[in-house]
Every structure is written in C-alpha cells, then in structure tokens.
Design a protein around this ligand. Sequence first.
Ligand SMILES: Cc1cc2nc3c(=O)[nH]c(=O)nc-3n(C[C@H](O)[C@H](O)[C@H](O)COP(=O)(O)O)c2cc1C
Length: 204
Amino acid sequence: MPLLAQLAARRSAEPRELTAPPPPPEVLQAAAELAMRAPDHQALRPVRFVHVGQQERAALGELFARAAQVRGRDAVGMQMARERAFVGPALLAVVARIRDDVADVPPHEQWLTVGAALMNLLNALHLQGFGAKVLGGSAARSEVVRRAFCHEGEQIACWVIAGTLADAQAAAPTATRPPAPIPRDLLGDWTPDWAPDGAPGGMP
Ligand SMILES: Cc1cc2nc3c(=O)[nH]c(=O)nc-3n(C[C@H](O)[C@H](O)[C@H](O)COP(=O)(O)O)c2cc1C
C-alpha cells in the first residue's frame, strides 16, 4: 500500500481489540525515536515515554487504587482503578515537560510538539503492524501518579496502549469505520483583506 494510504488507514484500536504479543522493545524504541522527529522549537524536548512492563502492572494497579482513594473513591472504585493498570498488552506513559520560562517558546508551542510526537509514535506503531490507542483518565491527572512517573516540572499528558490487533473480525468494526467527513474549511486560502486600522482580516 502506498505510504499515504497506510497512514490514512490508521485508526485507534479499542482495548478489547488489542492482544498479545505487545510490540517488542525494538518496535517501541523505533516508535519513540520517530516521535523525536516532531518539530521542536529550540529543541526543548518536552516529551518522553515511560514503558510500564507486565511485571510492573500490579504495582501500577496499587498506585491507581491509591490515587482513587485520594479522590474519595470507595473500595469498589479503588478496585476499578486497580484493574485499569492491566489494560493493553503494552502501556506507555506520555510524560510532558512544559516550561514557562522560555520567552520564544510559549507553552502552546511545546504542547504542539508533544502532540506531534504522540502522532508520530502512533503512526510508527501502525506502520510496524501494531494497534494502539491514546487514553487519558483521572489517573493521568493524579498527583499521586505524577510523583511516581515524573521529575520536577513534568506531568503525565496521557497514556498509550498498544498491541497486536486481535484478528480481522474483531478489528473490523474499528478498521472499517468510515473516515470522518473532511470539513470544508480544513484547508483554505487566506484572503488578505487586512486593514492597518485594526479592522478584522479575512481568515480562511
Ligand atoms: C490526549 C487524549 C486522551 C484521550 N483519552 C481517551 C480516553 O480516556 N478514552 C477514550 O475512549 N478515548 C480517549 N481519547 C480518544 C482516542 O484516543 C481516539 O483518538 C478516539 O477514540 C478516536 O479514534 P481515532 O484515533 O481512530 O480517530 C483520547 C485522545 C487524546 C488525544
């Protein structure tokens, strides 16, 4: 398949569609390295990835349960949080470091780099034959979890789960989902009716 068609075929995979084997270390490494090709103003490197291995899922579950407890959840809520640590054959934390002390690189530019890196990671996993999905959730916003993953000044942006697409049948609902309609204003031409007196210009 031509490369553009392969990229256009990428879809997020639901957790139930992802099975073992997980992407091997060299696939994750290649994906993380491609993520580093995102445009990065002043090379601030605002993103890194933390892999959570199978052996560490139980510890992550206890961390999620503790975070749920801090949020005031009862034993049932804590158990649900615990179980979320086992989602996905492979699990990565996407850790962002957004600085507010770089005059020429405001936070929104750094977040754009994080997003671009994330997209490159997803595309690299897809092109290497693995399914993946980005997940957020309250654990990503928990200070308890943040402290266990992040250095000072960092935060968890989101999680990525990845694995082998279960089988053609199981993957079909997602894989064959029709693409979203392209908005008419997705790509337009600027009309330069800007005026020096501050009158609004015409944005495409
Ligand atoms: C930062 C971020 C967090 C997300 N968190 C969740 C989530 O917690 N649960 C969920 O079902 N989808 C979440 N999504 C959306 C999915 O990852 C995915 O983009 C969506 O299901 C659309 O699928 P598509 O990528 O095939 O278009 C999140 C997306 C982003 C970018």
